[in-house]
Design a protein around this ligand. Structure first.
Ligand code: RIB
Ligand code: CA
Length: 306
């Protein structure tokens, strides 16, 4: 089996870090590089955190390309540090990565790799869609060249997590999501409709610590902070949402998910700002994940990540 090349775009926070681990531990895919974005934290911190996580995983060979610092047309200066921790990796101790990010910008790397690999390449976006919007505005042909785009974001038939309607990645840059949703890119949306069913319980943390005091301890310190946020925000929920890892799951084990073609638009103003709203009867533009084998996914994810 030849590994499928992917680029993983991250705003490395806790679930992004878990997605990076799942991706580099999955033989079905080859991570050509990480591209970073703002969202959970600043774009610079996302690059630093990605380098730290890759080094912890023994994969400092994977290049990291820094991307957009701000949304397409809004200003973002607040970050959910109460969710992902002050530095973005929950309660894990911060270290200085030995590798450095690449000189090349994330957007140029994305365009270059789409033009090189065409239908072989899958782009996985688990943060705001700003880098992808810039790429498709700079080189519109990539929408027809790339093989597949999987995004963690949105909520088609599920309440949001930033407002009743808005999911965080879309909310961080609604205009970028609007550009991407209108672009003709072959998108699979892994939204809250399915990711809020894939929960990682606190009981897994001592298992990680026992299995590997160093890496398991690092990931447990990181994730416990995130699970505690979920327990305070959603009393009785029983764990944290494995949002970003499920986007990787959609690539390495697509049979875990059921999709439905929909026409989704992004609301750009008002009370429903950043809602990914379904428009029945219009030509579908996105394959939306509507069902997940949550137990099957958790088993597969835990079997690989530590
Ligand atoms: O809504 C969940 C998404 O927002 C995840 O990608 C998480 O990392 C945050 O970026
Ligand atoms: Ca993310």
């Amino acid at each position: 089996m030849t590994a499928r090349p992917i680029i993983l775009d991250v705003d490395t926070g806790v679930d992004d870090a878990l997605a990076i681990a799942y991706a580099v531990r999955s033989p079905e895919i080859e991570v050509l590089g990480l591209t970073t974005n703002f969202g959970n934290i600043t774009v610079e911190e996302a690059a630093r955190n990605s380098l730290i996580v890759l080094e912890k995983l023994g994969r400092a060979d994977v290049p990291v390309y820094q991307g957009s610092a701000q949304p397409l047309s809004r200003t973002k200066d607040e970050y959910p540090r109460h969710i992902h921790g002050e530095h973005g990796l929950g309660g894990a101790p911060l270290s200085k990565p030995s590798a450095s990010k690449e000189e090349k910008n994330a957007v140029d790397f994305i365009i270059e790799q789409v033009r090189r690999l065409k239908k072989e390449l899958t782009l996985v976006f688990v943060g705001p869609l700003t880098n992808l919007a810039h790429a498709v505005q700079k080189d519109p042909e990539i929408a027809d060249l790339v093989g597949r785009v999987v995004i963690m974001g949105g909520a088609a038939r599920h309440r949001g997590n930033v407002s009743a309607y808005a999911e965080a990645n879309i909310h961080s840059d609604p205009e970028a999501a609007d550009v991407v949703f209108r672009s003709g890119l072959p998108i699979t949306m892994v939204g809250l409709d399915v990711t809020m069913k894939t929960l990682l319980p606190m009981s897994q943390m001592p298992v990680w610590r026992e299995k590997d005091a160093s890496l398991g301890g690092f990931f447990a310190d990181m994730t416990e902070f995130y699970i505690r946020f979920y327990e305070s925000a959603y009393p009785g929920i029983g764990g944290c949402g494995l949002h970003d890892p499920l986007a990787i799951g959609a690539v390495v084990k697509p049979e875990l998910l059921e999709t439905e073609p929909m026409h989704l638009v992004v609301e750009l103003a008002g009370e429903e700002l950043a809602r990914t709203r379904e428009v029945p009867g219009e030509k579908p533009n996105i394959d939306v994940c509507v069902k997940v084998d949550a137990d099957g996914f958790l088993k597969h994810f835990l079997g690989r990540v530590i």
